[in-house]
Design a protein around this ligand. Structure first.
Ligand SMILES: Nc1nc2c(c(=O)[nH]1)N[C@H]1C(S)=C(S)[C@@H](COP(=O)(O)OP(=O)(O)OC[C@H]3O[C@@H](n4cnc5c(=O)[nH]c(N)nc54)[C@H](O)[C@@H]3O)O[C@H]1N2
Ligand SMILES: Nc1nc2c(c(=O)[nH]1)N[C@H]1C(S)=C(S)[C@@H](COP(=O)(O)OP(=O)(O)OC[C@H]3O[C@@H](n4cnc5c(=O)[nH]c(N)nc54)[C@H](O)[C@@H]3O)O[C@H]1N2
Ligand code: SF4
Ligand SMILES: [Mo]
Length: 753
């Protein structure tokens, strides 16, 4: 097969660029605000534009999944505005969304395949040679070290269809045994917690819940920065809700809340157990719900009875009155929703902490009704897609590799021999890294993630990549920290340059559209996988995977009878017409010509996905922080998101001059003024941050938002993970990025020549 780099839009592509289907949901065009061609961005002049030159697509950054209206000229997007009719964002977008087109035009884009030559230089080659190099390189590693010596690391930032293709190609076709995604760094804890508690990885909520609660609890979540449009939905809540934030920092979200429990880091689990204990003691339990729909109440009650409020508050650095007030708000609320993100997931006891949150929702019957739920907020635009379709730790479509029936079902849906499907799950991310370290993994394929910046405790990660026989990096940009170590770089199209679906945080499939030609010879990941399948000799096996929508139909077949069943979706056109479609939407639900409602939540009937339909109340013992502050390293380092305008390792956001102007371009560390005084550090001073593993230079930012004895560094600068400590949640394998001990010393100007 040859790959055409000069992609002529297919008939169907053209159809999706045409407005007719897409305009049905839009309001009067006079309300449309658009930008002059070439002037997309914030603060530009607005003008009206005719209806037949726009289309909509889902944003490609965070899991909020905002709808963006793209303004086209000759089929190419020249500007964008937030979509007013999309049920997610209702006409709002954050700066990253507004600048989504701008970052596509950059000298850092990977525009042709590059192969490292014998002199160590990355040299341009043709796609034909790149496919040959890829297949010969990987096959020779497998021949020398065994089929299992090749692994891949993927992402929550490519389309579902691409994830599905990669997972099926690698595991069923190429015999790759070990693979994982950056979602391990992000959502693994929520997945494990939900699976154990509910019987399936099923975030139950819909965004309307933000507007329907009368009490909302945010635990380890800073939506003002990480999910600003979700926060806008909170602000639209007409019930004057209690907003309780549990976070060791006084974040933007905490400052806007009605109650802030500013606990000492990693005290969440005892605190949540103490809250559960008090809810039981004060009889705020929904006894009918607990009796009819849960399992494990007695053991939960006995377990939490030992978490007495006074002592827990003392250890957590909280006042009993403040926690008591929060308990009353939760207990008395009619519609209480609990939301968590990385402050919980990225913790060495994250799974049990997430389940302690779920327990509170179940105990108080706050699930399945408007404004309720135990709700994990997802990070990346398609982390939810990765959870269902990446074929890494779960079998295609969230099935089980270990189950004979599941393997047979997936084999039939994909029309492949069942023997092709492995019978065990893959190693987790940290074990793959360990496998490189001890020589078990010799070939690595990295797709749409940048581990040489984002993986915990960088230590020798970059050296490890150099030890590999063959490292392939498939990315939009050729300047990432991981690309610097690649033997082969495969240039990819990005958001806006290809099609497929993303699943947002509330389980909504939204569409990704091709509204730009990718630069140079860059190709959609889907096409790259197709090229590899053919060159590897697997053309017949993947004959049906001709386009993303063809792949979507295969995925639909595999989804049948799963809680995430999507057999009722007619196709991409219906997803577009309906403002996205939340799973499940099964054939059964659609029968009779029904269209999905725009806001649907799970568990309205109190039936969970375990065989007995009951949710599990799960409790466990408390673990201690493995590296607490001590005399040598007296400060606990927290890490996370810094600003709305920075995305992760900044490969994308740094391409926009506007976004760059909205955030500090150099690493900084937030520390308490009292610690600054004690250490002789002023606001703006350069400091050296040292942990037992490495050091970083950063500008000191003295602020009361962090407590004395703690400091905060954003993850967007590659020095941050030189400090972090490799430790993981034992159940989910998720890295615990937000707790390690450091010391901070001033850098004297004489140190710098
Ligand atoms: N602008 C922007 N938005 C993003 C991203 C981005 O890079 N930039 N990334 C996206 C992704 S992939 C993700 S996963 C989400 C993450 O979104 P969030 O999870 O909201 O972001 P973080 O800043 O990583 O962590 C949240 C909070 O956890 C707190 N925390 C640290 N330790 C503890 C603790 O022990 N207990 C408690 N209760 N809290 C603690 C931190 O102080 C921080 O305020 O954001 C998404 N949105
Ligand atoms: N210390 C610390 N470290 C952390 C965290 C933390 O809170 N603290 N958070 C963790 C979390 S939650 C996450 S999600 C990770 C994120 O970590 P990464 O996944 O490493 O970060 P990104 O910068 O999003 O990397 C995505 C890469 O994919 C490329 N890309 C984008 N779109 C496409 C596409 O369509 N195709 C292809 N082929 N490439 C594409 C981008 O250019 C970029 O290089 O970081 C983790 N690391
Ligand atoms: S909130 Fe998230 S999905 Fe919405 S525009 Fe911003 S980055 Fe995109
Ligand atoms: Mo994430």
């Amino acid at each position: 097969m040859s790959i055409s780099t000069d992609e002529v839009p297919s008939e169907r592509e053209k159809r999706f660029q045409l407005p007719t289907l897409l305009q049905r949901r839009t309001g009067p065009m006079t309300r449309e605000l658009v930008l002059h061609p070439g002037e997309h961005g914030l603060g530009m002049t607005h003008d009206s534009m005719s209806a037949d030159t726009t289309t909509t697509a889902t944003c490609g950054y965070c899991a909020t999944g905002c709808g963006l209206r793209l303004h086209l000229k000759d089929g190419e997007a020249v500007g964008l505005t937030p979509e007013t009719n999309y049920p997610v964002n209702l006409g709002m977008a954050c700066p990253k969304g507004w600048e989504a087109l701008r970052v596509l035009d950059s000298a850092e884009r990977a525009t042709q395949p590059l192969l490292r030559d014998s002199g160590g230089e990355l040299t341009p080659i043709t796609w034909d040679d790149a496919l040959t190099s890829f297949c010969e390189g990987m096959k020779s590693v497998q021949a020398k070290h065994g089929a299992e010596s090749v692994a891949f690391l993927s992402t929550g930032q490519i389309a579902c269809e691409e994830m599905a293709f990669l997972g099926a190609l690698a595991r069923f076709g190429m015999g790759i045994r070990h693979c994982d995604g950056n979602t391990r760094q992000c959502m693994a804890t929520a997945v494990t917690a939900y699976k154990e508690s509910f019987g399936f990885d099923a975030p139950p909520y819909t965004y309307d819940d933000f507007e329907q609660s009368d009490c909302m609890v945010f635990i380890g979540a800073n939506p003002c920065i990480g999910h600003p449009i979700m926060w806008e939905r909170v602000l639209r809540n007409p019930n004057n809700p209690e907003i309780i934030v549990i976070d060791p920092r006084r974040t933007e979200t905490a400052a806007a809340a009605t109650q802030h429990l500013q606990l000492q880091p990693k005290n969440d689990l005892p605190l949540l157990y103490a809250i559960a204990n008090e809810l039981i003691r004060r009889d705020y339990v929904d006894h009918d719900f607990v009796q009819n729909h849960t399992h494990g109440f007695e053991s939960l009650r006995d377990h939490v009875s030992t978490f007495e409020l006074e002592s827990v508050c003392q250890n957590a650095g909280l006042s009993v009155d403040a926690v008591s007030q929060a308990i009353e708000s939760i207990g008395r609320g009619n519609a209480v929703s609990l939301w968590w993100t990385m402050g919980v997931n990225q913790s060495y006891q994250g799974t049990r902490t997430a389940q302690a949150i779920i327990n509170i929702a179940l105990l108080t019957g706050n699930i399945g009704r408007p404004g309720t739920g135990a709700n994990s907020i997802t990070g990346q635009c398609n982390a939810m897609g990765s959870r269902l379709w990446s074929n890494t730790t779960n079998l295609f479509g969230h099935h089980s590799f270990e189950s004979d029936a599941d393997r047979a079902k997936v084999a039939e849906a994909l029309d492949i021999p069942v023997e092709r499907i492995p019978t065990t799950t893959s190693w987790k991310y940290n074990r793959i890294i360990e496998g490189i370290r001890n020589g078990e993994i010799k070939g690595l394929w990295v797709v749409a993630t940048n581990p040489a910046h984002s993986w915990i405790d960088q230590g020798d990660v970059r050296e490890l990549f150099d030890q590999l026989d063959f490292l392939v990096v498939q990315d939009m940009y050729q300047t990432t920290e991981t690309c610097a170590h690649a033997d082969l770089i495969l240039p990819s199209a990005g958001w806006g340059e290809k099609e497929g679906t993303f699943i947002n945080s509330e389980r909504r499939y939204g569409l990704l559209k091709k509204v730009r030609h990718a630069p140079g010879q860059a190709l959609a990941d889907f096409q790259i996988f197709r090229g590899i399948a053919h060159r590897w000799g697997l053309g017949d096996m993947f004959a049906e995977w001709t386009s993303p929508e063809a792949a979507f139909r295969i995925m639909q077949r595999a989804s049948r009878n799963q809680p995430s069943d999507i057999t009722g979706i007619d196709g991409y056109e219906q997803i577009d017409r309906c403002g996205g479609i939340q799973w499940p939407w099964s054939q059964e639900q659609a029968d009779g010509g029904f269209e999905p409602e725009q806001q649907r939540r799970l568990f309205a009937d109190g039936h969970f996905f375990h065989d007995d339909q009951r949710a599990r109340l799960i409790v466990d013992d408390i673990d201690l922080m493995p590296e607490p502050a001590d005399e040598d390293f007296p400060i606990v380092l927290l890490t996370g998101r810094g600003t709305v305008s920075q995305w992760h390792t900044q490969t994308r956001t740094r391409q926009s001059p506007l976004l760059r102007s909205l955030y500090p371009n150099q690493p900084y560390i937030e520390m308490n003024p009292r610690d600054g005084d004690a250490l002789g550090i002023d606001h703006g001073d350069l400091v050296r941050v040292q942990s037992r593993r490495g050091e970083a230079e950063a500008t000191a930012c003295l602020t009361h938002s962090v407590q004395s004895g703690q400091a905060f560094m954003p993850m967007h600068y590659d020095c941050t993970n030189r400090l972090t400590l490799s430790h993981f949640d034992p159940h989910s394998g998720q890295p615990s990025y937000k707790d390690c001990a450091v010391r901070i010393v001033p850098v004297l100007s004489s140190d710098h020549v």
